[in-house]
Design a protein around this ligand. Structure first.
Ligand code: CP
Ligand code: NVA
Length: 313
C-alpha cells in the first residue's frame, strides 16, 4: 500500500508516468467509490468547493458526460469549455490559457490534438491537468478498462490482452502501458504500416512489470489464440480523415468478427473504447454478443475518473 498523499497535485498525462502501486491505488479508489454508489452513498465530497475546467478541442460523448457527472457527484463544479468558443479559437496561446485557468479553477481536464499542448498547460498551471485524450494517449480510458478487466477476470496480473487493429492508436498505447505496468501480457496485432514505432515498443518493454510480456504480430488469429481480452478501436481516429480510405483497406483483415472470435478461447472478453464504427473494425454480432463488455467499460469511465480526481485534485 502506498501513501496516496503523494498523488495530490500530480498531472495525469500518460499512464507511463505512474508506478504499478500508484495505478493500483487509483483503481482501488475507483472500486471503493463505485461500491459506495451501489450502497446509495452517492455524493462524496472529495471536490467540495472546487471547480474543474473541462476543455474539449475534439468531439466527445463518454468523456465529456462522465467528467461532468463525476465532478458533480464528488461535490464539485464542472465547467464545460469548447476550444473554439474560448479565445484559444482566436489565437490566444495554450500557455496563456493555462495561466488563466489557474486563476479560477482547481483542476483542468483537457482533450486536445497535440499532446504537447497538454504538457504546456501542465507546465504553467499549478492545478493538476488530466488528459481526456490526445493524439498519442488516452490514459483515463486505460484506467477504466483496467477496472473492467479486473472485474471480469479477477485480476490483471497474468491476463493476456490482445489489441487488434491500429497498433499506434492512442487507446492501444495507453492500454498497453497500463496493462504491462500492472503485470498483464500485451499482444498488438496490426498491419506493419500502422504498428507503433520500435522506440516506443522498447519503452513499453521497459515499463513492464517483472514477467509481463509484449508480443507484436501482423497475424490477428495468432494474436487472439490465447487471449483473455480482445480489444479494438476505430481504424480512423479523430484528425486522420485524410488517410481514411487507405487505413480502412489496409486494416480490413484485422476486423474483429465471428471468425476471429472463433480462433480465441470461448470465454474471452471483447472490449472497445467506443465510439465503434460497426461493420468496420467490429461486426454487430461481436459487439452485441455475450462476450462483449463495452457498456461496462463505458460505465467504468465514470468510476475510474472519480478515483483519479479524488486522489489528484
Ligand atoms: N471512449 C471515449 O473516449 O469516448 P468519447 O470520444 O465519446 O469521449
Ligand atoms: N482512437 C480514437 C479514440 C476515440 C475515443 C480517436 O482518437 O479518435
Amino acid at each position: 500500500m502506498i501513501n496516496t498523499r503523494s498523488l495530490k497535485g500530480r498531472d495525469f498525462l500518460v499512464t507511463a508516468d505512474f508506478t504499478k502501486e500508484e495505478l493500483t491505488a487509483m483503481l482501488n479508489k475507483a472500486s471503493q467509490i463505485k461500491s459506495e454508489v451501489k450502497c446509495g452513498n452517492y455524493l462524496r465530497p472529495y471536490l467540495q468547493g472546487k471547480s474543474v475546467a473541462l476543455l474539449f478541442q475534439k468531439p466527445s460523448t463518454r468523456t465529456r458526460i462522465s467528467f461532468d457527472v463525476g465532478v458533480y457527484q464528488l461535490g464539485g463544479h464542472p465547467i464545460y469549455l469548447s476550444w473554439n468558443d474560448l479565445q484559444l479559437g482566436r489565437g490566444e496561446t495554450v500557455a496563456d490559457t493555462g495561466r488563466t485557468f489557474d486563476c479560477y479553477v482547481d483542476g483542468i481536464v483537457a482533450r486536445v490534438f497535440k499532446h504537447t499542448d497538454l504538457e504546456t498547460m501542465a507546465q504553467v498551471a499549478r492545478a493538476p491537468v488530466i488528459n481526456a485524450l490526445s493524439d498519442s494517449s488516452h490514459p483515463c480510458q486505460a484506467l477504466g478498462d483496467c477496472l473492467t478487466i479486473m472485474e471480469k477476470l479477477g485480476k490483471i496480473e497474468g491476463a493476456n490482452v490482445a489489441f487488434v487493429g491500429d497498433g499506434n492508436d492512442n487507446v492501444c498505447r495507453s492500454l498497453a502501458e497500463a496493462v504491462m505496468r500492472l503485470g498483464g501480457n500485451m499482444t498488438i496485432a496490426s498491419p506493419r504500416k500502422y504498428m507503433a514505432p520500435d522506440d516506443y515498443l522498447s519503452t513499453l518493454e521497459r515499463l513492464a512489470a517483472k514477467g509481463s510480456k509484449l508480443t507484436t504480430t501482423d497475424d490477428p488469429k495468432a494474436a487472439v489464440k490465447e487471449a483473455d481480452v480482445i480489444y479494438t478501436d476505430v481504424w480512423v481516429s479523430m484528425g486522420q480523415d485524410a488517410e481514411a480510405q487507405e487505413r480502412k483497406s489496409t486494416m480490413k483483415p484485422f476486423q474483429v468478427n465471428s471468425s476471429l472470435m472463433a480462433a480465441a478461447p470461448k470465454n474471452s472478453v471483447f472490449m472497445h473504447c467506443l465510439p465503434a464504427h460497426r461493420g468496420e473494425e467490429v461486426t454487430d454480432d461481436v459487439i452485441d454478443s455475450r462476450n462483449s463488455v463495452v457498456w461496462d467499460q463505458a460505465e467504468n469511465r465514470l468510476h475510474a475518473q472519480k478515483g483519479i480526481m479524488a486522489l489528484l485534485f
